[in-house]
Design a protein around this ligand. Structure first.
Ligand code: B12
Length: 419
């Protein structure tokens, strides 16, 4: 079988090549043992360019988040237009919402992790008995997986260079999978919260392999919460600290302390992305974030004092936003020490608790067409996302005004990251 795995065009992103899909690289390692496999990175291509480039194959696998599903549907349709006998499949976090799949264009979906099921899908496709949906079992022992295939894809731009250095000089690294928290704005609880860890030895082995084989020294650790298990993080940092690598991680502000910060910094970590969301405790509580504004402030100070840059991930227009929210956010940001802030529009992610029961969160979903859902306040075309929710008791005008005020403030800090 010849399989082609596809990373879709991301035409709205300003830096479409900032991150590569490591899930596809894992799948390529598995498929490559038995079949021919290629990965196509169309992140910075337009759809017609991607289709023109697409080689002939027996099986096309696309990775998609939920908001990419309409685009993935259309892409499958275009694949079938070009190669009439092509088999198309979609995987990734989007597949939990199968009501958005266009079954005229998509032959199959994989829900869950692909490594344990992809060979069966290919086998079934070969025998002409492909099922509509497959359930990919959770990989229990992450150390048993081969390293993601980096030969077929290449590298990301530097995780620290949003000022225009787009040279491919870094790679993603997954050291754990899953998240034990259940924030009500996230769909992850729907697709499994069981956390699994790789051993520090296995992580060290992959970092060393990337260094030795490719000479790449920059990493973007894409675990949901890298710092979740403190002893393990300490051990990983201890092991990699002599390797001369630099890296960025993601975590929560209530899973962080000074000891972790010092060890991260000493082992080459340059930047931590914190899921701040808001500095308004009413908002954090309603979103079931668990962390508080005080956690946010304390942790930003700790990171700064320990020599780590902080990248803040925030949301505006969330359920619970009141007249106090934007002033509270601005006041805290004025006091906090941070390096960069990325602020997204809240959207009710299909599958999340808020999507299922918006009334409980004091909002009305006024548009359930996910083609209109966009997180980015600044995309490549300078457009603002559409209004898709209404906060009870608040007019769209006042919320839009607050949004402009907040985005205007962020812009004035010169620390705003724009996608
Ligand atoms: C890197 C990343 C990106 C990168 C690359 C995306 C990609 N396709 O990999 C970029 C920057 C492009 C990106 C963008 C977005 N992202 Co993102 N991203 C991530 C992140 C941090 C890591 C993804 C990853 O590599 N995971 C590790 C690998 C091993 O897992 P995986 O990708 O899920 O792949 C496995 C399975 O899903 C499956 N699988 C995946 N694809 C396929 C394909 C086939 C054919 C098969 C059989 C199986 C299969 O097998 C893989 C191996 O087990 C995740 C969070 C996370 N920790 O997963 C969020 C995440 C995927 N992103 C998310 C979101 C919301 C977005 C955006 C919509 C946000 C935005 N601001 O617009 C955009 C979408 C693009 C757009 N707007 O145009 C959500 C998705 C939620 C959802 N319900 O869909 C996540 C889960 C974060 C979160 N919890 O909110 N993202």
């Amino acid at each position: 079988m010849r399989a082609v795995l596809i990373h879709l065009p991301l035409p709205r992103l300003i830096n479409p090549c900032a991150q590569v899909p490591i899930g596809l690289m894992y799948l390529a390692s598995i498929i490559g043992k038995r079949h021919e496999v290629a990965i196509r990175n169309y992140a910075s291509k337009l759809t017609y360019e991607a289709i023109a480039d697409l080689p002939e194959a027996d099986f096309y696998g696309i990775t998609a988040t939920v908001t990419q599903l309409p685009q993935a549907n259309r892409f499958c349709f275009l694949i079938k237009e070009k190669y009439r006998h092509a088999v198309t499949a979609i995987g990734g976090p989007g597949t939990y919402m199968q009501e958005f799949i266009d079954w005229d264009a998509v032959d199959s979906v994989c829900v869950g992790e692909g490594e344990g099921i992809i060979l069966k899908m290919l086998e079934d496709a070969k025998e002409g008995r492909l099922q509509r949906a497959y359930c990919g079992p959770e990989v229990k022992d992450l150390d048993s997986l081969p390293y993601p295939n980096r030969d077929l894809f290449g590298f990301d731009m530097s995780p620290f260079a949003f000022s225009g250095d787009t040279r491919p000089s870094s790679t993603g690294l997954v050291t754990s999978r899953g998240c034990p928290f259940s924030c009500d704005f996230c769909a992850s609880p729907k697709f499994g919260i069981k956390v699994r860890y790789r051993s520090p030895e296995s992580v060290y082995g992959e970092v060393k392999h990337v260094l030795d084989k490719y000479g790449i020294r920059q990493f973007r650790v894409i675990d949901d919460i890298f710092t979740l298990n403190k002893p393990r993080v300490m051990r990983i940092c201890e092991m990699i600290k002599g390797l001369g690598v630099s890296y960025r991680v993601m975590c929560r502000t209530d899973c962080f302390d000074e000891e972790i910060a010092r060890v991260l910094q000493g082992s080459g970590c340059k930047e931590v992305e914190f899921g701040i969301e808001s500095f308004d405790d009413d908002v954090l509580k309603l979103l079931n974030k668990k962390a508080t504004a005080a956690d946010n402030m304390r942790t930003l100070k700790t990171a700064h004092d320990c020599g780590l840059n902080s990248r803040l991930l925030m949301m505006i227009r969330t359920p619970g936003q009141s007249v106090r929210t934007v002033p509270a956010n601005i006041e805290c940001l004025q006091k906090a020490r941070f390096h960069m802030v990325a602020c997204g529009y809240f959207i009710p992610i299909p599958g999340s608790a808020i999507w299922r029961d918006p009334g409980k969160y004091g909002i009305e979903i006024i548009d359930r067409n996910i083609e209109h859902y966009d997180f980015l306040p600044y995309n490549r075309f300078g457009e603002r996302p559409r209004d898709v929710i209404r906060i009870s008791g608040r007019s769209l005008e006042e919320v839009n005004k607050e949004t402009e005020e907040f985005l205007g403030y962020l812009k004035s800090t010169n620390k705003m990251h724009r996608g």
